[in-house]
Ligand binder design. Structure first.
Ligand SMILES: *Cc1c(COP(=O)(O)O)cnc(C)c1O
Length: 316
């Protein structure tokens, strides 16, 4: 390890602020606790798990890291690699925009374009890592990711905040698995989680409805960070071990929540995060039985003033 590299024993993510809204912020009529992971240096919560996994891989001898992602996991891996002074290659499918490719590169990783869809990029990242004896980082399906994401619950508990439910968005379900793990390790196994997806990216919801582990034929939501066609097997099994309520919001409702959040908190977040924020308005009746909901403000770099403007006119 080079002298400039970050130590492997200190987390790469920040202990993020915990804010509280006014009671009249949302239709549910009670103050909401906001865990501000949008303020992580990589722009999303992903650095928690990806950072821990990369540290473990480097501690185990990895000299190179491969990750497949067209979004925040890639940015987090790029950030972690730079901090640990280990080269990182992010494999993205052809559909990943030039802008995102530039953002990943600017964070310090090599960008390799391979395949028409995520699954092809992912298979290539796995093969490359294997061939070069490098570490491979999955965006949501690894126990170290869940263990890292669980730190967000540790921090809220450490901050002394009382909460009686957690609202989070779900893509492949790594964040959900991390939150459940965090609740468990803090003796809060009775605290329910409200798991939110957008219509058109609802692979978790579809699996629960069908009672079987479903793969969606396609993703039709603008919330691309939620666009896993299939959740991790461990995530499909979670409702058997923890109280989890699965709910949906529309893209329009997610965008509306992003706009309202930007005005109120002066922070931009992706529609993937807006989905969780929307629950306090769209599904306010679900929150009637709770005193103090905690919302994981998962963040995301796939947002800008221009994008919010476009979505505002698209969804009116
Ligand atoms: C990755 C991501 C999600 C979904 O996380 P999963 O672990 O895939 O469920 C939600 N929001 C943002 C901003 C993300 O980057």
């Amino acid at each position: 390890m080079s002298p400039s590299a970050a130590p492997l024993s200190v987390p790469l993510h920040l202990h993020t602020p915990l804010l509280q809204t006014r009671a009249d912020y949302s239709a549910c009529g009670k103050p909401l606790l906001l865990k501000m992971d949008a303020l992580q240096p990589s722009g999303s919560f992903k650095l928690r798990g990806v950072g821990l996994l990369c540290q473990r891989e480097v501690a185990a001898g990895a000299r190179e890291i491969f990750c497949a992602s067209g979004g925040n996991a890639g940015i987090a891996a790029a950030y972690a690699g730079r901090a640990l002074d280990v080269p990182v290659t992010i494999v993205v499918p052809e559909t990943t925009s030039p802008e995102v490719r530039r953002q990943i590169a600017a964070t310090g990783a090599d960008v390799l374009v391979h395949g028409a869809v995520f699954d092809e990029a992912n298979a290539h990242a796995i093969a490359m890592a294997e061939a070069r004896d490098a570490a491979y980082v999955h965006p949501f399906d690894h126990p170290s990711l869940w263990e890292g994401h669980a730190s967000l619950i540790d921090e809220v508990v450490e901050d002394g905040a009382a909460f009686d439910c957690v609202i989070t968005s779900v893509g492949g379900g790594g964040l959900l698995a991390g939150i459940v793990a965090g609740l468990k390790r803090n003796g809060l196994s009775n605290v329910p989680v409200i798991a939110v997806e957008t219509e058109g990216a609802a692979s978790f919801h579809a699996s629960l409805e069908a009672g079987t582990h479903v793969t969606l034929p396609a993703i039709t939501s603008i919330a691309n960070s939620l666009g896993a066609r299939r959740v991790a097997p461990h995530v499909f099994d979670l409702p058997n071990h923890h109280p989890i309520e699965s709910v949906l919001v529309s893209d329009a409702q997610a965008v509306q929540a992003c706009l309202k959040f930007a005005d109120a908190q002066r922070v931009l977040v992706e529609p993937a995060c807006g989905a969780a924020l929307a629950v306090a308005d769209v599904h306010f009746e679900l929150l009637q039985g709770f005193e103090r909901p905690l919302i994981e403000v998962c963040g995301g770099i796939g947002v800008s003033l221009a994008k919010l403007e476009t979505w505002r006119s698209q969804f009116g």
